[in-house]
Design a protein around this ligand. Structure first.
Ligand code: TMP
Length: 214
């Protein structure tokens, strides 16, 4: 039953809530599932996540940022994702290689072809069977993300990317949409401005086309 499904989108698009709901749904159906995230997912990734997402610890150049995301991915793929797929589990991953293209490529302006080959290297050529892109206007997503962050304390805030300006987030959103346009076979775009349950039903149907549980 193995499948590798990634959830992508701009800040505040609701993908983390949706991945949790989708994971619970698969568990209820007794389908072996692993829900994981990038950066994170493996011990090294959790350290890298702190470095990358918390404000003020140290300055991070765009190229260093790219390589840290790639390093976290290399470890995550080897230590967590490939073993889970080998054990015939469904892996739901909150962000993967497309996030690097959208944020470091379209957002920061680093070379897309270079990022594609770095992604291929760090992911050991692993590609998702399905990528669900949660799309919504940048103002709406960022507003939600900033409200959520305001309720958190210190290190839990992880707000380095949310502090980027609207222009940056617009480039990330249009980058994601152009990746989806380039690979319509792998991507499904969801209107993430609707209510939680409607989105969840659509996500279940999409996952059902890959793992055929219906
Ligand atoms: P999250 O908030 O969805 O957990 O994602 C963490 C942040 O890291 C988010 O702002 C997007 C960013 N990111 C990148 O810039 N490049 C990447 O390759 C990944 C995986 C995340």
């Amino acid at each position: 039953m193995k499948a590798f499904i990634t959830f992508e989108g701009i800040e505040g698009c609701g993908k983390t809530t949706q991945i949790r709901m989708a994971g619970d749904d698969l568990r209820r159906r007794r389908i072996p599932v692993l829900v994981t995230e990038e950066p994170g997912g493996a011990a090294l990734g959790k350290h890298i996540r702190k470095l990358l997402l918390n404000q003020g610890e140290c300055r991070i150049d765009a190229k260093a940022e790219l390589l840290l995301f790639a390093a976290a991915r290399a470890q995550h793929v080897q230590e967590v994702i490939l073993p889970a797929l080998a054990a015939e589990r469904v892996v739901l991953c909150d962000r993967f290689s497309d996030a690097t293209l959208a944020y470091q490529g379209f957002g920061r302006g680093l070379n897309l072809e270079f990022i594609k080959s770095l992604n291929h290297f760090s992911a050991a050529a692993l590609e998702p069977d399905l990528t669900i892109l949660f799309d919504l206007p940048v103002e709406v997503g960022l507003g939600r993300a900033i409200d959520r962050i305001a309720r958190l304390e210190g290190a839990a805030r992880e707000d380095r990317f949310e502090q980027e300006d609207l222009a940056f987030h617009r480039k990330v959103r249009s980058g994601y949409l152009s990746l989806a346009g380039e690979q319509p076979g792998r991507f499904r775009v969801v209107d993430a401005s609707r209510d939680l349950q409607a989105i969840h039903q659509e996500v279940r149907t999409m996952i059902g086309t890959v793992i055929q549980y219906q």
